[in-house]
Design a protein around this ligand. Structure first.
Ligand code: NAD
Ligand SMILES: O=C[C@H](O)CS(=O)(=O)O
Length: 470
């Protein structure tokens, strides 16, 4: 753990981090709890005064130095990520670059936190609006993007002048600790970033109860997000939630089918289907569903599943046994409800790694689990539809509202459908929309707030106006 500029916790009991591809023990980290959570808040609270008063140019420079060191170490960070999370090495390095994009974006954004003046309704008054950092921020992050989900929070928080306490997922703390090590090397002062590993419930509860923590920013399951949202009410903390998704991928009859197939491969099978914006259900207009399915099958059969450190691997292992069991449940349910397995359909174990083949299920029906619950694995169920109105209704019939995709070469139709979809992110002829400069986030039970772009820093700012009598 990294608290107040000190690497500590060796005296505590440890928990092991294992490689999901081999079950090899990679190392161990301290099992922190309430006490360490409170120590971290104390450090962040103590440092907030000086960090928030630092000129924005200085915070910007420190973030830029951190960005440079992350870039210089991206292969090492990528390998740590592949070892503890399982994604293929090139994909892991890609995540490091994506994660680092938030650091560079917010290094610049730090210098552009503008206020405003408002014409007063009285001649003897002047009104000035200022934006000030919210204070100590608690960040809790998932295992599937061990770097990007941290920098997508810590970047804007530090740029805004906040200090942070971070709890990474138990499965993937090593990437987070490496990022902290590089932040220390960049000269980011002790207490600005604190990384705690250990008991999620104990650490989370300590932060929820602590009035010095002024914001909770969480990325993870909707279930846990709801718990944290309730807990934040104890001291009325600001809350940002990046939660579960269930993305529809809509292919209209006038789509470029080859392009849509290529984009679906990326959207469905990135991180072995373990991303919040992965396509979870595919809707193809009836007139082209056979042609589309044949082309998609041919592309899926080219994919290679294996240890992420092996060359030319497209899909790594699933993170754990529970993840595999959920994917298998969705597979069995789809077949039981009349689904036809066009490709894949099997789990397998290799060197103790748990894998599921990239899978296509055709004849999917809306009552299937995979058409309603987040699969978080490499199953692509294909359902056909007749009309634009029908598919919009089916796509929106979900408690989730994170990402959706629509493919059509008719611009008017693409705009009409994208505007009708109740999702925070809509890819139009684009299956991989995530970039640091855009406001990433969901509607409905997929979350609150946005991360990325100029919207992302607003989450860490309070708006104050000063009414000046003259
Ligand atoms: N919307 C997004 O940007 C986004 C990004 C990545 C993952 N996700 C979602 O996250 C889920 C998968 O990630 P996961 O399995 O790590 O999710 P999870 O909710 O189980 O865990 C996320 C984090 O919360 C912590 N946590 C769990 N219970 C807690 C509690 N009671 N108090 C405090 N912390 C607690 C975990 O230790 C982990 O650090 C999926 O639903 C996925 O869609 C969403
Ligand atoms: O899993 C959720 C991530 O936010 C996905 S992305 O890397 O931001 O697209």
């Amino acid at each position: 753990m990294y608290i107040d500029g000190q690497w500590q916790g060796s005296e505590l009991s440890q928990f092991e981090i294992t490689n999901p591809a081999t079950k090899q023990v990679l190392g161990s980290v301290p099992e922190g709890g309430k006490k360490q959570a409170e120590q971290a808040v104390e450090a962040a609270h103590k440092t907030f005064e000086s960090w928030s008063k630092l000129p924005a140019q200085d915070r910007s420079r420190l973030l830029a130095d951190w960005h440079r060191l992350i870039d210089e170490n991206k292969e090492e960070i990528g390998k740590i990520m592949t070892l503890e999370q399982g994604k293929p090495l090139q994909e892991a390095i890609g995540e490091v670059n994506y994660a680092n994009g938030f650091i560079s974006w917010y290094a610049e954004e730090a210098k552009r936190i503008y206020g405003e003046t408002i014409p007063a309704s009285h001649t003897n008054k002047r009104i000035f609006v200022q934006k000030q950092p919210v204070g100590v921020v608690a960040a809790i992050t998932p295992w599937n993007f061990p770097a990007a989900m941290i920098t997508r929070k810590v970047g804007p928080a530090l740029a805004a002048g906040c200090t942070v306490v971070v709890k990474p997922a138990e499965e993937t703390p090593l990437t987070a600790l490496k990022l902290a090590e590089l932040a220390e090397e960049a000269g980011i002062p002790a207490g600005v970033i604190n990384v705690i590993t250990g008991n999620p419930q104990a650490i989370g509860e300590a932060w929820l109860q602590d009035e010095r923590v002024r914001k909770i920013t969480f990325t993870g399951s909707t279930e846990v997000g709801k718990q944290l949202m309730e807990g934040a009410a104890q001291t009325v903390k600001k809350v940002s939630l990046e939660l579960g998704g269930h993305a529809p991928f809509i292919v209209m009859e006038d789509a470029d089918i080859d392009h849509a197939v290529a984009q679906l491969i990326g959207s469905k099978f990135r991180n072995a289907g373990q991303t919040c914006i992965c396509t979870n259900r595919v809707y193809v207009q009836a007139s082209i569903v056979e042609t589309f399915s044949e082309k998609f099958e041919a592309a899926v059969l080219q994919l290679k599943t294996g240890d992420g450190l092996e060359k030319n691997v497209d899909l790594g292992p699933l993170i754990n046994k529970q993840a595999l069991e959920k994917v298998q449940d969705h597979m069995d349910d789809a077949v039981a409800k009349g689904g036809n397995i066009l490709a894949g359909g099997n789990s397998f174990e290799k060197n103790q790694g748990l894998y599921f083949e990239p899978t296509i299920v055709t004849e999917a029906s809306d009552d299937m689990l995979c058409m309603n619950e987040e699969t978080f694995g490499p199953i692509a169920p294909i359902a056909s539809f007749q009309t634009e109105e029908e598919v919009i209704g089916r796509a929106n019939n979900s408690p989730f509202g994170l990402a959706a995709y629509v493919f059509s070469e008719n611009i008017g139709k693409a705009v009409r459908v994208s505007e009708a979809l109740e999702y925070g992110i809509v890819g139009v002829n684009d299956g991989l929309p995530s970039v640091p400069q855009a406001p990433f986030g969901g509607m409905k039970e997929s979350g609150l707030g946005r991360e990325g772009g100029h919207h992302g820093i607003e989450e860490y700012l309070e708006v104050k106006y000063i009414s000046l009598g003259i």
